[in-house]
Design a binder for this molecule. Structure first.
Ligand code: ADP
Ligand code: MG
Length: 467
């Protein structure tokens, strides 16, 4: 494990890092810090929540020459939330550098506040492309002294249609600048675009952290044509979810599902691009504080946000882009804790989940909804070999129907390392032993093993109404 003191970082910044409580550098930080401090252009790819902000923010601070009164560093982020988050991290990292000024710029905030801030010195500007363009047009922002440029979540900025703005903004910065790009996802399009603006960029990729993905139990429920809402409610009840994110693919679906859940007394809130800034900030705060239990979100709204450590990630819809799957589920199971990812699958999504498992080398096991009777009986062939015939039944039945991967005793889409003999199946065994011996496919043993805390009253209520 690399320490921050291993790198050429000033005393003040080291102190600030200590004050933040960061002990070791994360992998992406350890790999990118020395290169960025040296002045290299960089393309860094790592999953959400791996500390990419500090990876570009620390070198940014170290490069500011306080003798110059001009904007020397620019950080572009796709959303207002990210601007605020990055600005917050920079403020904390400059805790002992009161001589460095940081100005966040984003839509939804009073422009006169920003105009005033920009009039005074601002060494580091963090902004969304839209609002940055606005200030460039008003001539309230000059970028010709920008020598350190960061594109944070660059892929998402492209997705959101900021290509032309990005090009215009980069074109205004100093040609001698260092150009840094970080993203959780990477597209060919983005790499090609960056070739025009970067100089011998070094690529670092620390995604696909198998160890971490293996820490996440991934299940899919093939609902065929039965309604997803009903399945969702059963799972929320069974797993006694107190902190989870539910992904849908459209804003409309997010709104609709949130409404339904709230109506059934779940403490749920929606997060998508059409929800106004104030509300989004409020929702995020409440969710982080544990006052909201379920966040229903689109990928765009959730990507890059600092929400980790979730009990469960539920894919109500599978992501439109396969690569988003790993980023969605990466929000659960951090810090050595075991995570849980549940996928509600209907129709074509069945082949999609198999493709995701195959291409991302993940083990995603089939499971049966709690409280739903299967049609086929247990088959000894499909049972985990030493399960003792207990509650593994749900999976056993599934195996028979969907045992497409013959190499896997669990019947899951297993392309991961075959450690522990029998993939996810072994994980189930330990918890199954505590469940009933009926073989009826109850998840109870598992859910109880995962959480011993009492249910909250609203969940009881919701569970009742869910039948
Ligand atoms: P990313 O941009 O990769 O999604 P963030 O920069 O938002 O990740 O960091 C995710 C969380 O991890 C934040 O809460 C941040 O404060 C924390 N963090 C960052 N670096 C470290 C570190 N070295 N040690 C512990 N926590 C860290
Ligand atoms: Mg980030």
């Amino acid at each position: 494990m690399a320490k921050f003191t291993d790198f050429n970082i000033s005393k003040e910044t080291i102190q600030a890092i200590e004050a933040l409580g960061y002990e070791d550098a994360t992998k992406i930080q350890a790999e990118s810090l020395p290169l960025l401090l040296e002045g290299k252009d960089l393309i860094g790819q790592a999953q959400t929540g791996t500390g990419k902000t500090a990876a570009f923010a620390v070198p940014c601070i170290e490069k500011i020459n306080t003798g110059i009164s001009a904007t020397q560093a620019l950080i572009m982020c796709p959303t207002r939330e990210l601007v605020i988050q990055v600005a917050g991290e920079l403020k904390k990292l400059t805790k002992f550098r009161k001589d460095i000024s940081i100005v966040p710029i984003y839509g939804g905030q009073n422009i006169s506040v920003q105009l005033r801030a920009l009039k005074n010195s601002c060494d580091i500007v963090i902004g969304t492309p839209g609002r940055l363009m606005d200030h460039m047009r008003r001539k309230s922002l000059r970028l010709d002294q920008v020598k350190y440029l960061v594109l944070d979540e660059a892929d998402q900025m492209l997705d959101m249609g900021f290509r032309d703005d990005m090009k215009d903004i980069i074109g205004q910065t100093s040609p001698e600048r260092q150009t840094v790009m970080f993203s959780a996802t990477m597209s060919q399009d983005l790499v090609r675009l960056m070739e025009r603006y970067q100089n011998k960029a070094i690529k670092i990729n620390v995604t696909g952290n198998k160890e971490q993905s293996q820490q996440i139990e991934q299940l899919y429920f093939n609902l065929k044509s039965s309604p997803k809402l009903d399945a969702l409610k059963r799972l929320l009840k069974e797993y006694n979810v107190k902190s989870g994110i539910i992904f849908c693919n459209t804003k409309m679906k997010v709104d609709e599902l949130t409404k339904r859940l709230v109506h059934e007394d779940y403490i749920a809130a929606a997060l998508h691009g059409d929800i106004d800034q104030k509300k989004r900030t409020r929702v995020m705060g409440a969710f982080k504080a544990g006052n909201i239990e379920l966040l229903v979100a689109t990928d765009v709204a959730a990507r890059g946000l600092d929400i980790n450590d979730l009990e469960v990630v539920i894919n109500y819809d599978l992501p439109r882009a396969d690569q988003d799957y790993i980023h969605r589920i990466g929000r659960t199971g951090r810090a050595g804790k075991k995570g849980l990812a549940l996928n509600l699958v209907t129709g074509k999504e069945l082949s999609q989940i198999s493709r995701i498992a195959y291409t991302s080398k993940l083990t995603i096991n089939p499971a049966q909804l709690p409280g739903v009777q299967g049609t086929e009986t247990l088959n000894s062939d499909s049972r985990p070999s030493n399960s003792g015939g207990s509650g593994g039944g749900a999976r056993g039945r599934f195996n028979k129907k969907f045992g497409s991967d013959k190499s896997s005793s669990s019947g899951g889409f297993n392309r991961g390392p075959r450690s522990g003999g029998g993939s996810g199946g072994s994980r189930f065994k330990s918890s199954d032993s505590s469940s009933s011996s009926s073989g009826g496919g109850s998840f109870r043993g598992k859910a109880a093993a995962g959480s011993n805390k009492p249910r909250r009253s609203n969940f009881n209520k919701a569970a009742k109404s869910a039948g």
